[in-house]
Ligand binder design. Structure first.
Ligand code: GAL
Length: 470
């Protein structure tokens, strides 16, 4: 039996654009993701979030399902353009009411709300008129929006996450252009990341100076990172794996814990990496009350000679800007894959948690996302998603091992509460522990949800997998 600490937070997560729908209702204006998804060819089958899971209309039913599951915490995001349609100025009362009612509904069922202020759906007007995350003024726009949320919801909401995965915004949004706003550049990711960090810092400053004491909540940021295992024990591969982690997670976490980008990034990116002002450092350093981590997979990392032939390199998975790092990423053919082609490697999660704990002084840590996409089939009212159940069991067991090794991990949120709009991949990938029939919008708990319910109830589970994998 694997038993978790008594106050361990058992949660599940979603995000606004992925589930809400009602894109043109309740006074909401378009975000960059509405625009991106309406450009032909940008998403699988040109799908978009116009309806998504229709959570906007069905939130009571969804909270009821959460209560049935015994969920302790629910992480969701606020659509900025529901609160401020133009991203600045006027507040949309209907948007405030929607989230306020959702919060009340959660609390009525003893489910603790965890709010993400930004999960990629920037108000479109801020992109078209203000150049989005490249404009230094965005930090003030974001802090103003954040303050509206603290003011209206902070009496009941005690857990705040400023940004979800700024790495994705920077690399997929501004580097590879596969996510909104669809820009392709080798320099803009560093510029966007810089403004994302400044925005986070300013929002935290507002919370700390005006709300935290009175409201008694916590605020932090959620970063994503895969584990990097050195391909061999040659020093250059060990260093390559470390370098890759620093370009991925250190990029965002080092400024928050140490006040600057990792040295290896400053050295390699040079003048293309912006510099923080003294005021930025003051706002950013120490600006997270907890370490939020989204984690999905692992890869092997090996050093690459910058003069090597391009054909010698296989970049598997999330690499960032290759020429700045020269790290070759590969997977082990024995690893099981999800339908995202992400390898299932629970021990990678343990090692990453331990790496974070060592590097950043063992901060209180939450896995704010971890999950598995599969080709689920609903048959006779049942979804037999054994691989997802084993995925969650394996990763949770790895988490417990990390806790036993001294990591201050305080909670785990499974991604996702229900199948939803998986960004550029539309509705083709299912991550939910609840199945959504996109014709009828009916939700059905998958077998993984039934397993998770028992685990929550028992604050642990009987471990059924191979010890070697965790
Ligand atoms: C994360 C993201 C989620 C979800 C998940 C699965 O990067 O925060 O919105 O899409 O990945 O791909």
């Amino acid at each position: 039996m694997i038993q978790f600490p008594n106050d361990f937070v058992w949660g599940s997560a979603t995000s606004s654009y992925q589930i809400e729908g009602a894109a043109a209702e309740g006074g909401r204006a378009w975000s960059i993701w509405d625009a991106h998804a309406h450009i032909p060819g940008r998403t699988h089958n040109n799908e978009n979030g116009n309806v998504a899971c229709d959570h906007y209309h069905r939130y009571k039913e969804d909270v009821k399902l959460m209560a049935d599951l015994g969920l302790k915490a629910y992480r969701f995001s606020i659509s900025w353009s529901r609160i401020q349609p133009d991203g600045q100025g006027e507040i949309n009362q209907e948007g405030i009411d929607f989230y306020s009612n959702l919060i009340d509904e959660l609390l009525k069922h003893n489910i603790t709300p965890w709010i993400t202020l930004y999960h990629w759906d920037l108000p479109l007007a801020l992109q078209t008129e203000k150049d989005g995350w490249l404009n230094p003024d965005i930090a003030d726009f974001f802090a103003t929006y954040a303050e509206i949320c603290f003011k209206h919801f902070g009496d009941r909401v005690k857990n705040w996450i400023t940004l979800n995965e700024p790495w994705v915004v920077a690399i997929l949004g501004y580097g590879e252009g596969v996510f909104a706003p669809g820009r392709k550049s080798k320099d803009e990711p560093y510029l966007a990341a810089h403004q994302l960090l400044r925005s986070h810092g300013k929002a935290v400053k507002v919370y700390r100076e005006k709300y935290q004491e009175k409201q008694g909540g916590k605020i932090g940021i959620t970063n994503n990172c895969d584990w990097r295992e050195p391909l061999t024990n040659k020093p250059e591969d060990i260093e390559a794996a470390e370098r890759s982690l620093l370009f991925f997670l250190g990029w965002f976490a080092d400024p928050i814990y140490f006040g600057d980008y990792p040295k290896v990034m400053r050295d390699r990116v040079g003048d293309r990496l912006p510099k923080f002002s003294a005021e930025d450092v003051e706002n950013i350093k120490g600006s997270s009350d907890f370490f939020g981590l989204n984690h999905y997979t692992a890869s092997y990392a090996a050093d690459v000679d910058p003069n090597a032939n391009d054909d010698d390199v296989t970049v598997y998975g999330n690499g960032g800007i290759f020429e700045d790092q020269y790290v070759d990423l590969t997977s082990d053919p024995k690893w099981k894959m999800t339908t995202m082609n992400w390898a299932i490697v629970p021990w990678g999660c343990r090692k990453l948690l331990e790496w974070i704990s060592d590097r950043y002084g063992n901060p209180p840590t939450y896995i704010t996302e971890n999950g598995c996409s599969l080709d689920d089939k609903l048959e006779n009212g049942e979804v037999k998603d054994t691989i997802r159940k084993e995925f969650v069991e394996g990763y949770l067991a790895a988490c417990k091992k990390a806790i036993d090794n001294g990591v201050n991990l305080q909670g785990y949120f499974v991604w996702s509460f229900m199948d939803n709009f998986e960004w550029a991949l539309g509705y083709s990938k299912r991550f939910g522990i609840h199945y959504v029939d996109y014709e009828t919008l009916e939700r059905t708990p998958k077998n993984s949800a039934l397993w998770f319910k028992e685990a929550i109830k028992n604050n642990g589970f009987e471990f059924s997998l191979n010890e070697r994998d965790i």
